[in-house]
Design a protein around this ligand. Structure first.
Ligand code: GDP
Ligand code: MG
Length: 399
């Protein structure tokens, strides 16, 4: 499979006259069918050249980056193995970056805001990747570098990479992959990562756990709306921005900002320094957007001075690993046929009170461990037969 740039084409919505200079392209997706990729690393390399992909990504090839993201997002086991390998190769190459989360209800103006902010960042010489975590965003036709995202101006910039959510993704799954996609973008040399997420509750919490600065974008509503904004969400924010402060709406936006500031004064357990700041802007006219960026930088500087920046990143990495660990166990419980049928049988025993829940959970874990050990042994046998005992865990190494 050759994913050369020649296979990419302009999206249907590209402005006429944009020509070859238009940065956004549609590229073919990594096929999802199991037989398109041979299971072993050696075999699979014939189809997806992980080393080649790594090289292209680190030399700034956006088509390669898009393909890598599609690979990471794929649900097939074969792709998972290759994605693991690619991530292992790229992790040491990650560049220092800042990660910003931008959340808000649909229509608050997030995409318009990112378009405007992004142009400022490009002028400042930053290389920007925009990722969106929006399970409802419609995407079609394979992997697309930017859909109709209201980021048309940004999408033309050479130093910008825009990636909407994969279609049909469940929130948990989309966000889980986003963490890895951030890493890919950093390895590709993007120094500023913006994650756009729809404010529907859970997604904010997930995105908050992967960024350095979390911005909540809101609009002046009926007043009730502000009151109804969940305290929990406000507490997540480093910065609250009241958008659409333009035209007739300007006064309302400014009074909404004052009201928010008052509400935030009573947030407990945070020093003055750490309380969310409130700003207004107009993403449409661009007024106030540069100041928002200064506020983001100030927030990151404060964190650095407190020694929080690195500490929080480290703890985000660790909790990320722990999330993955639980996810691996849960996936195993669901995907392994033997475990599934054993669980079904034992569930009815528990339901009838014949076996305690505690004992049953223990039995499932024992079964899981036994099954895993057998599989590892088989896998090691196969590997030894294929490659000899030179690398990896040999049969003799297993307990
Ligand atoms: N008047 C005004 N309209 C805006 C502003 N920002 C966004 N909009 C409009 O609000 C609508 C939703 O914007 P969009 O960026 O798609 O919101 P998102 O769903 O939060 O990404 C669009 O019609 C925008 O043109 C702003 O600052 N002022
Ligand atoms: Mg949007």
């Amino acid at each position: 499979m050759n994913h050369g740039a020649s296979e990419s084409k302009l999206p249907a919505w590209a402005p006429s006259g944009g020509g070859e200079g238009f940065a956004t392209r549609i590229v073919a997706a990594v096929p999802d069918s199991a037989d398109s990729v041979v299971c072993t690393r050696k075999g699979a390399a014939r189809h997806i050249d992980v080393a080649g992909l790594e090289k292209r990504i680190t030399t700034g090839d956006r088509v390669a980056l898009a393909q890598a993201i599609t690979l990471v997002e794929s649900r097939t086991e074969q792709h998972r193995v290759l994605a693991d390998e690619l991530i292992d190769r790229l992790t040491p190459r990650s560049q220092p970056s800042i990660r910003i989360g931008i959340s808000g209800v649909p229509g608050a103006g997030k995409s318009t805001f990112i378009d405007s902010l992004g142009l400022n960042l490009v002028r400042l010489g930053r290389r920007l990747a925009v990722l969106s975590v929006d399970p409802s965003s419609p995407v079609s036709g394979g992997s697309i570098l930017a859909d109709k995202t209201r980021m048309d101006r940004l999408a033309r910039e050479a130093g910008v990479f825009i990636r909407p959510s994969p279609s049909g993704g469940l929130l948990g799954g989309v966000a889980r992959r986003t963490r890895e996609v951030i890493g890919l973008c950093e390895a590709a040399g993007y120094d500023t990562i913006i994650v756009e997420t729809v404010g529907v509750g859970q997604s904010e919490v997930v995105v908050r756990s992967m960024v350095d600065c979390f911005v909540l974008l809101t609009i002046a509503g009926t007043g009730d709306e502000l009151q109804g904004m969940k305290k929990g969400i406000l507490e997540l924010a480093h910065l609250v921005v009241v958008n659409k402060a333009d035209g007739e709406n300007r006064v309302r936006a400014e009074s909404a900002a004052l009201e928010l500031e008052r509400a935030l004064r009573y947030l407990d357990a945070k020093g003055e320094d750490e309380k969310p700041k409130v700003r207004t802007c107009s993403a449409l006219t661009g007024e106030g957007v540069a100041e928002i960026w200064l506020a983001v930088e100030a927030c990151i500087d404060r964190a650095r001075r407190r020694g929080d920046f690195d500490r929080i990143r480290r703890s985000q990495n660790v909790s990320w690993m722990n999330d993955l660990l639980l996810q691996l166990l849960a996936d195993r419980c669901e995907s392994n046929k033997q475990l599934r049928s054993m669980r079904a049988a034992i569930e009815s025993e528990v339901a009838e009170g014949r076996v305690s829940a505690r004992r049953a959970a223990r039995m499932v874990v024992d079964e899981m461990i036994t099954g895993w050990r057998d599989e590892c042994r088989d896998e090691a046998h196969n590997r030894d037969a294929l490659f000899g005992k030179k690398r990896g865990v040999g049969v003799a190494d297993l307990p």
